[in-house]
Design a protein around this ligand. Structure first.
Ligand SMILES: *[C@@H]1O[C@H](CO)[C@@H](O)[C@H](O)[C@H]1NC(C)=O
Ligand SMILES: *[C@@H]1O[C@H](CO)[C@@H](O)[C@H](O)[C@H]1NC(C)=O
Ligand SMILES: *[C@@H]1O[C@H](CO)[C@@H](O)[C@H](O)[C@H]1NC(C)=O
Ligand SMILES: *[C@@H]1O[C@H](CO)[C@@H](O)[C@H](O)[C@H]1NC(C)=O
Ligand SMILES: *[C@@H]1O[C@H](CO)[C@@H](O)[C@H](O)[C@H]1NC(C)=O
Ligand SMILES: *[C@@H]1O[C@H](CO)[C@@H](O)[C@H](O)[C@H]1NC(C)=O
Length: 585
């Protein structure tokens, strides 16, 4: 169990100049203008929130479970000041070769400091419920030439987004002190998509709660707002269910490699206080094998071989489809789990991908792979299971196979997550479903790193040489950034694409490399979904514009403790001149 982290340690167009770093707010705001005046920042700042003095202290962590607007803002202000004052970086890699000292502002000249931050929020939040659903994340930020900062937002999350943009104006000076050279600054900003997320698979590999917190922090810096936790699968069941302790008791990888109810609550609170809503997925009826260790009566085809005939990867195992014990099992499971998430989330993801019909043939309650027999059973399954989700006040999310491959009908409240490509997206929106896009051809982060299965010498070796994984090649940030999830849709259909998620399936990923798997590539998604595929002039956003800003933002993430992979070498980042590493045709 982790202790609850502090809620505050409290109590236009871009002008690329070779001598100054780009105005690298990531994701790029809707409207921004800036000057070239230098301002310094220290601890002596008068900060007010709706007219009241806001106490902040970057060095006194406090436990907090609160969701009032003031608490959210207090926490955000303290984190922002810590990021600016303690986690800044000296941007030698953004200036010309050996030119840092001569291009930084003079440290000995008279300094103008940031004197005040005046925060005005005209909406209010009272409980966790007001931080989920359709939140207004818009904000206005201005920094005057004499160091007065003003923030306006409707919600506390809007304030948080403004503070994040503010923090990205500053650099560490090589002789000490923290400055921006961009004053005065004016920003008006809001997101283009409501659902901007990461799929985090904690079942194939176990991830510590600390690594989940670290990911949530980085998501907030990127203005991402949905963390989809794929919590269970056939390989391991790390989620503790007090009403059914045997599930993780027998299905986790090891003692302690579990998420307690306190962990689940802490993760959701930590996330909400950073403008991130957690969505848990308990995958059903496929991807359910490991539950057989504690509940063999509800699982068919557990560890069936050869596995490739009965599932997509070992070990196999699906919920039985015509077994009344499954209904009781799922009632107990959902009645335990969903009341622990519905104060913090609008959704529960029921999975629904890759149901294997041959595994159903091994299910003695059905005994055939005939789809005309199976289809009504799947319809019955989804009706009942969505009913359990709705009973607890949540909206079901389901993978695309249920509506598109199994020919079941579903309520129009259901949100569908699509992974198989553009045709599926078109099909879903034409049927009127709200759709979350995770097209594996663009947004799967685990792809292209070589296979994780072993192939013995012989036919398998020959067939699979050179051992690429199924979704090779790797999806670099440029590819992720190039994809328009609404391409080719009518305006009405496009509105149904509510956003997207990059996916980090964890068959060969654990927390030693998760930072560099997620970052900076999730940042590419973050800008695409916050700022949109096209710029103010209606042109596709360009790598030449994005690369210098992303390079700078990557340095910020590293300085704040998230080990993002580099964009490219300093030869390309220096002088913030992306054309030095451009391929011109
Ligand atoms: C960027 O680099 C190219 C080639 O190295 C140079 O011609 C160009 O002037 C530079 N642009 C800026 C804005 O520094
Ligand atoms: C809050 O301000 C925004 C714009 O600044 C405005 O659209 C909205 O109506 C205001 N809301 C309230 C409750 O005053
Ligand atoms: C489901 O099980 C019942 C017995 O419990 C059986 O009568 C029925 O034929 C089964 N349905 C299918 C589709 O196999
Ligand atoms: C059903 O099983 C038969 C024989 O086991 C197999 O040939 C067929 O491909 C299977 N059909 C499906 C839809 O899996
Ligand atoms: C899908 O189900 C509907 C009834 O719900 C049926 O009319 C239709 O033929 C089915 N289509 C396929 C391809 O199974
Ligand atoms: C803009 O990007 C889309 C893909 O997102 C592509 O289909 C289209 O051709 C691009 N347009 C231009 C003018 O490059």
């Amino acid at each position: 169990m982790m202790s609850l982290p502090s809620c505050g340690r409290i109590l236009s167009s871009l002008l690329l100049l070779s001598i100054t770093p780009a105005l690298a707010i990531w994701p790029v705001p809707e409207k921004i203008s800036s000057g070239d005046k230098t301002l310094w920042i220290g601890e002596d700042i008068h900060i007010t929130y709706n007219g009241q003095r806001l106490p902040w202290n970057i060095n006194s962590p406090a436990k907090c479970k609160g969701f009032s607007s003031a608490e959210i803002v207090k926490g955000a202000v303290s984190r922002t000041l810590k990021a600016i004052l303690e986690d800044a970086f000296v941007p030698w890699m953004l200036y010309d070769r050996l030119a840092l000292e001569e291009t930084e502002p003079s440290a000995s000249a008279e300094k103008t400091f940031i004197t005040s931050i005046t925060i005005a929020q005209n909406g209010t939040e009272k409980s966790s419920k007001s931080l989920i659903g359709d939140i207004d994340e818009s904000y206005k930020l201005s920094v005057s030439g004499v160091g007065e900062v003003k923030i306006h937002a409707v919600s506390s999350i809007g304030v948080l987004r403004a503070l994040e943009s503010f923090s990205q104006l500053f650099f560490q000076h090589s002789e000490g002190g923290v400055y921006t050279t961009m004053a005065p600054v004016d920003i008006t900003d809001k997101p283009q998509y409501e659902h901007r997320g990461i799929l985090f698979d904690v079942s194939r590999s176990y991830f510590s709660v600390e690594s989940i917190y670290r990911t949530i922090d980085a998501m907030a810096w990127n203005k991402l707002n949905r963390l989809h936790i794929h919590a269970t699968d056939s390989q391991s069941w790390p989620l503790e269910i007090p009403a059914m302790p045997e599930l993780s008791g027998k299905g986790s990888y090891a003692k302690g490699k579990t998420y307690t109810p306190e962990d689940v609550e802490s993760i959701q609170i930590y996330a909400l206080q950073r403008g991130v809503q957690v969505i848990f997925e308990i995958d059903t009826p496929g991807h359910f094998g490991v539950a057989a260790l504690s509940h063999p009566e509800v699982v068919a085809a557990w560890q069936a071989t050869p596995w490739q005939n009965y599932c997509a990867q070992p070990p196999c195992g699906q919920l039985k489809l015509n077994e009344s014990k499954v209904d009781k099992f799922l009632d107990t499971l959902m009645d335990d789990f969903l009341p622990r998430t519905n104060a913090y989330s609008s959704y529960h993801h029921i999975g629904g991908d890759e149901v294997n019909f041959n595994a159903i043939a091994l299910d003695e309650t059905v005994g055939t792979n005939d789809s005309t027999v199976i289809q009504p059973l799947l319809q019955d399954f989804i009706d009942k299971h969505h009913g359990r989700v709705r009973k607890h006040g949540l909206t079901p999310i389901v993978w695309e196979e249920f509506p598109l491959h199994y020919n079941v009908t579903m309520g129009k409240d259901v949100v569908v997550q699509s992974w198989l490509g553009d045709e599926a997206i078109r099909d879903l929106v034409s049927r009127g479903f709200k759709t979350i896009v995770s097209n594996y051809n663009f947004w799967y982060l685990d792809c292209g790193r070589g296979h994780w299965l072993n192939f013995d010498n012989g036919p398998a070796f020959q067939t699979f040489y050179p051992f690429n994984d199924w979704c090779s090649p790797a999806k670099g940030w440029r590819l992720i950034y190039s994809y328009d999830p609404r391409a080719g849709l009518t305006e009405e259909e496009a509105k149904l694409v509510i956003g997207g998620e990059v996916a980090a399936w964890s068959e060969s990923i654990d927390e030693t490399i998760i930072d560099s798997i997620l970052w900076p590539r999730s940042s590419a998604l973050a800008e695409l979904l916050w700022s949109g595929r096209t710029d103010a002039a209606g042109q596709n956003r360009s790598q030449i514009d994005a690369a210098p800003r992303l390079s700078e933002f990557r340095e910020r993430m590293v300085a704040r403790g998230v080990m993002s992979a580099p964009i490219y070498m300093p030869f390309c980042t220096q002088a913030m001149n992306a054309t030095a590493c451009e391929f011109v045709m």
